[in-house]
Design a protein around this ligand. Structure first.
Ligand SMILES: Cc1cc2nc3c(=O)[nH]c(=O)nc-3n(C[C@H](O)[C@H](O)[C@H](O)COP(=O)(O)O)c2cc1C
Length: 200
């Protein structure tokens, strides 16, 4: 599928076939593509929690406005980020590059994030947003539908998945075989309202 077609055809699907099982091969392919998403300084701060346990899915659904995608999607991901990824052996993000590059980038990572909790959190959301879109477009290309989700109690889900204290949840991504057409597309604002030339 052409990228533009995947972008056009991706829609937020609410009803998935609960009997469909995604092959391990497809799951691996999807995540192999997801991890090609960009992250600042290549810190790869996303952590993809794949919820396979049906009972855990049921309990997450209870704190997610009873949304059926949580239990019915073939692949259900709680997209999290490690706020401290920048501090955890950052050399490993740049091992295979020439030493000159490594010597420049690795200290720069530290000075960009150290002591800046807002920057750490912003970066988590930037990385996860881009990974979510990669997952959804790749899924579309592979013949699946998807739904990005943040309609849930973040603290309750954090407890259910044992979220470490230095991690945050960004959103859910549900992927599977759509059973019903999505809602009609919401209205798009005119480009003249959302595009700004040079300055506000
Ligand atoms: C961050 C985010 C959170 C969302 N949360 C939910 C959700 O909890 N449940 C749901 O059914 N759709 C959710 N959506 C889907 C949006 O309603 C949908 O993307 C929007 O209406 C545009 O429709 P489209 O994606 O089909 O083009 C969410 C989308 C985004 C980007």
């Amino acid at each position: 599928m052409e990228t533009c077609a995947a972008i056009t055809q991706r829609r937020a699907v609410k009803a998935f076939d609960p009997t469909h099982r995604m092959s391990e091969e497809d799951i691996e392919r999807l995540f192999g593509l997801a991890v090609l998403s960009p992250t600042a300084f290549n810190i790869q701060n996303w952590r993809f929690v794949v919820v396979r346990d049906p009972e855990l899915r049921r309990r997450i659904r209870e704190v997610a406005w009873d949304q059926a995608q949580v239990t019915d999607a073939s692949l259900f991901i709680v997209l999290c980020a490690d706020l401290m990824a920048w501090a955890k052996e950052p050399e490993r993000y740049w091992r295979e590059v020439p030493q000159g590059v490594r010597d420049f980038v690795v200290p720069a990572i530290d000075s960009y994030y150290r002591g800046k909790t807002q920057v750490q959190r912003d970066e988590a959301m930037r990385s996860c947003g881009m990974a979510a879109q990669t997952l959804m477009l790749a899924a579309k290309d592979m013949g699946y539908d998807s739904c990005p989700m943040d309609g849930f109690d973040f603290e309750a889900v954090a407890r259910l998945i044992n979220l470490p204290a230095d991690h945050v949840i960004a959103m859910f991504v549900a992927i599977g075989k759509g059973l019903a057409p999505p809602w009609p597309r919401g209205d798009k604002l005119p480009l003249g309202e959302v595009m700004v030339t040079d300055r506000f």
